[in-house]
Design a protein around this ligand. Sequence first.
Ligand code: HEM
Length: 480
Amino acid sequence: MEMAYILIYTVLLVAILSYLFRMKHKRKTHQMKLKLPPGSMGWPYVGETPQLYSQDPSLFFATKEKRYGEIFKTHILGCPCVMLASPEAARFVLVTQAHLFKPTYPRSKEKMIGPSALFFHQGEYHTRVRKMVLASFTPEAIKSLVPDIEKIVLSMLSAWDGHLITTFHAMKQLTFDVGVLTIFGSRIEERYKKELKKNYFVVDKGYNSFPTIFPGTLYKKAITARKELSRIFHEIINERRKEGETRKDLLGYFMDTKNEQGTQLLTDDQISDNIIGILFAAQDTTASVLTWIIKYLYDNQKLLEAVKEEQMAIYESNGCGSQPLTWGQTRSMALTHRVILESLRMASIISFTFREAVADVEYKGYLIPKGWKVMPLFRNIHHNPEFFSDPQKFDPSRFLASPKPNTFLPFGNGTHACPGNELAKLEMFIFIHHLVTKYRLEVFGSHNEVEYSPFPVPTRGLPAIFRSESNCNNDDNLRR
Ligand code: HEM
């Protein structure tokens, strides 16, 4: 009897093992049969990196798409890549099969920002941190920031009044201050603000420089400033701990989220990395979009007048600035909203994102090999005439109708989609309101060329002068 059982078990085991082996083999053979996407890999080692940087990078991607279609392979920045230029493919990588593609960044960037920043991760840790970040950026949560953002905008505009500014650099100051506000709240001490700003901009300057161990280089200076930022964050965290008060800013969420044992879920170092991560994700992105908005409005004077009309109606209903702007009013700026959306589409400042395949993946009969970089090309999708007619034309009215699903991805999609998109738009609404109701714009130089820093911005950061003008009998200078 016992012998019979052993025999049955053995036969079953052999059957299961051989089934699994056959399945694995079948999958392997199937994958071996799959072909790589079309495209070219360029020269050994350098691949097609010289071609990418010898021209406008968007031209490189657009030419490839025209030649090979929605999926193609290339070799850039030392890595074999598969690029995907269709809405379905972007959804496949970022949403439906996101578990097969992990975020990937150069080591030097991870070191500079801090390895615990949420966008370097996927899985349980990422979900946990993302939940806290999302909670502090819901429309409900950012509503209360309107008066403080307004104060920052008014004081910056007044400081720039009549001076020649580099718009992009000016916008970076603005978005940095708003970043600090959302993370640390409005009660942060002035001395901390100054120290944070000083060190942050040293990190910012060295972020894209060549990583080296030599002292005196931008990179080394940035690493030193990064350590100093960490020290300041720890000091602020310790002070808050002593106060024992709960606060409703991002740092408050990080410090007050506890595990089952009632201890802080994130370590202070993890909080520190995430603060830098958020500042980096929030600053240059929003600043470059604001710069583009100014350029597009200046280039389209009729549109500028129409936006001004929309904003003047709100300004006048607020007693020409004697009442503060309200959250409800920022929700009612229909034309301004369309201008923001069209600027996000036209400029597509995040032209693509990077992932890495964690396994061999099949997409539409092509093989995406494990370890290859995968790049959904947002800009190509935003500039495809199939989804946006006459795509090179700046036309906010196209957003009177909703874009087709997955064709408009300025804030990404899926598990890593931008949690700060509502805050970014709120900043833009408030800034545009005060700019067009009280200032006359003058933009200088050849501003039809683009430079990369690393996001695309108008050349030389768009030199401009904002001159205050009185559009109302009352003036809101008193509120500054
Ligand atoms: C116009 C301004 C902005 C644009 C165009 C933008 C765009 C994006 C995009 C495309 C992604 C997804 C990247 C990917 O999938 O690899 C992203 C992620 C992210 N953004 Fe933004 N962003 C902006 C402003 C902000 C602001 C103001 C904040 C914070 C306050 C922020 C915080 C983040 C964070 C933390 C992530 C990573 C999310 C994750 O990995 O789960 N961004 N952003």
